[in-house]
Design a protein around this ligand. Sequence first.
Ligand SMILES: Cc1cc2nc3c(=O)[nH]c(=O)nc-3n(C[C@H](O)[C@H](O)[C@H](O)COP(=O)(O)O)c2cc1C
Length: 330
Amino acid sequence: MFDECIIRGIRFAPARFSAPLAGFTHSAFRRLLAELGGCGAVWTEMLAARQILGEDFQRSPWLRRHAVERRVVFQLMVRAGDPLNRVMDRLGAHGVEAVDLNLACDAFSVRATEAGSALFENLEALTLVAREARRAWPGPLLAKVRLGSRRPDWESRFTERLRVLEDAGFDAVTLHPRFFEDKFRRRARHELFPWAASVTRLPIIANGDLVSRQQVEGLATHLQPARAVMFGRMLLARPWLLAGWDGAPAPDSATIWRRLYDYIAEDFPPLTALRRVQSLTKYFAANFAFGHHFWVSVGNARGLPEALAMAERFFAGGPRMVENPVVAGI
Ligand SMILES: Cc1cc2nc3c(=O)[nH]c(=O)nc-3n(C[C@H](O)[C@H](O)[C@H](O)COP(=O)(O)O)c2cc1C
């Protein structure tokens, strides 16, 4: 299940992807995933389209890529009026293969700029942006969506918006089946994937609360119409999840944490690196019984060396791993 999919002539194998996670899916994290293997494509964090024009692709921690990273999908936060021609030209000139538009983020700061969920809601602006993006980008063009706003006519509104993407010539959509207002409350409504697939020709990438192979196989009737699956928070806790899909034993968790620490410390200035390590550790700690001691001690560290020392002390105690980490609510 989900061994491969072809999007606009490009083969993604396996069809198991890493989700865009602002603050987390930077090049350091993507590099680790690539080295571990098993991930058919990694999404960048959401990138403000206009900023692409001013950033240095070699130096910017948002745009930088390590050679080892394979298929990287660049996710853009776009609004009507953005100079998409120039943005896409620049991405193409730097070897970007695939682009995704964020139509799902409901954060106030994103909505305030008429991007993310606000763009999804505004049919006119969405139509404009979708057409312009397609005109400007010849490669795989995707969009990430939720179900829309929770209102009685959400189904017809959702269908209408997917039709806009379809007519514009998009190649696929990732669906996280929650309403905007849900944020991360309630559960992802996996049972809606077959319905979503029935109202659009676009291939669907299924996302939301997916955590393991066993669970994905158990959800086969709901997930069958999807072409690929995408994992977010569980990959922050278990970056080896996809590498172990076919039964490869899990690597030593302390070794993985140290590698992440090293890569983050290499890529970011010390204070930003510390914050990145701390936020990642919050998810990583979900692997352990009493893991909260781990993230609290790393979270209180005043510098990178102290964070590392705290982690080493935790690992030296031989922490017990839990079978099913809980990442919801983190
Ligand atoms: C910390 C955090 C940051 C996120 N950043 C983004 C983002 O930049 N772009 C996006 O489309 N979705 C973003 N999301 C949503 C995820 O991509 C994904 O849709 C969501 O977490 C559900 O998948 P999961 O249950 O596998 O984590 C973010 C989610 C979290 C928790």
